[in-house]
Design a protein around this ligand. Structure first.
Ligand SMILES: C[S@@+](CC[C@H](N)C(=O)[O-])C[C@H]1O[C@@H](n2cnc3c(N)ncnc32)[C@H](O)[C@@H]1O
Length: 281
């Protein structure tokens, strides 16, 4: 029988498998999503969702800049636990969210059911509907998909928007993604770091990061050593670095125009930017 430490020693990655799904955070796993929900709802940090004050600033920005007559319809891709729904509804928007996390969607339905509609689904396959004024994808999750899937998501958004409708994509900056991959290995105990995200039980997390130059992608590996278990659980996160030229090319080939990167988008971290694009009238 292999010693569990062999999971840590075997650090080979087949670049052809990078986007196969095995190197992703398991957002759709029910137990993992329960643990992640705690991080979304925490008002102590901005790690999974922003704290309420930033969410309010972002919605105010969207409502003011994308000034539309009612009815105004928004689709929120990767909506998490629905933290954006109430304020959008209060400003007169019809809000719909799609997210792969079962716990987040359950929370959205129970806490914010009266302010919007929520569907558990994968943004690559779930229907987006039609007649939308805005499609948003907030907080950098667009970068965790392969370029093929990014094209798919943009095509679906374009199709679902009204002529003149807006796409709002919050992307991770190229250099920040590269820096993730270049960060030296580290470790932390349960009770520190992302407390309890990987396990409810006492554990250590060893973190290893890699920048894959050819793929312009960062790969993070989290080795979770349970105090009461002989298993080593391994989690991955894969993030694609996208240049400004790269995203412009992707957006234009999907049919979008009028691309801008506004400098006044409210964002608590320095590592993200908003891209605004429009479906031509
Ligand atoms: C960083 S969180 C941001 C959540 C939310 N936009 C916010 O800012 O509060 C990323 C979200 O994307 C969701 N997600 C990841 N992959 C997804 C997929 N393939 N389809 C749908 N949702 C996905 C996760 O479940 C998570 O809720």
């Amino acid at each position: 029988m292999k010693n569990p430490i062999s999971n840590i020693l075997d650090n080979s990655v087949d670049p052809n498998q990078l986007w196969s799904g095995q190197f992703k955070i398991p957002w759709g796993d029910s137990e993992f999503s329960e643990r992640m929900l705690r991080e979304h709802l925490s008002q102590n940090h901005d790690l999974a969702s922003r704290r309420e004050e930033f969410i309010q600033q972002q919605i105010r920005w969207i409502d003011e800049k994308i000034s539309l007559e009612s009815p105004k319809r928004i689709l929120d891709l990767g909506c998490g636990p629905g933290l954006y729904a109430k304020q959008f509804a209060d400003q007169g928007w019809t809000y719909r969210g799609i997210d792969i996390s079962p716990a987040s969607i359950e929370h959205a339905k129970s806490a914010f059911g009266e302010y919007g509609e929520y569907e558990q689904g994968d943004v690559r396959s779930a229907p987006y509907g039609t007649g939308l004024d805005v499609v948003c994808f907030i907080y950098g999750e667009f970068n965790v998909f392969s370029e093929t899937d990014e094209r798919l998501i943009l095509d679906k958004a374009f199709e679902a928007l009204n002529p003149g409708g807006w796409l709002l994509l919050e992307l991770q900056n190229y250099d920040s993604v590269k820096a993730i991959g270049e960060t030296p290995p580290s470790w932390y105990r349960s009770g520190e770091g992302l407390t309890g995200l990987f396990s409810e039980d006492p554990h250590l997390v060893l973190v290893e990061n890699r920048w894959l130059e050819e793929q312009e992608t960062s790969l993070q590996e989290f080795f979770v050593l349970g105090a009461d278990s002989s298993e080593v659980a391994v989690y991955h996160n894969t993030t694609r670095a996208i240049t400004d030229e790269g995203i412009v090319q992707l957006l234009e080939s999907a049919g979008f125009a009028e691309l801008i990167i506004p400098s006044d988008w409210p964002v608590p971290e320095g590592n993200l930017r908003l891209l605004v694009a429009r479906k031509p009238l």
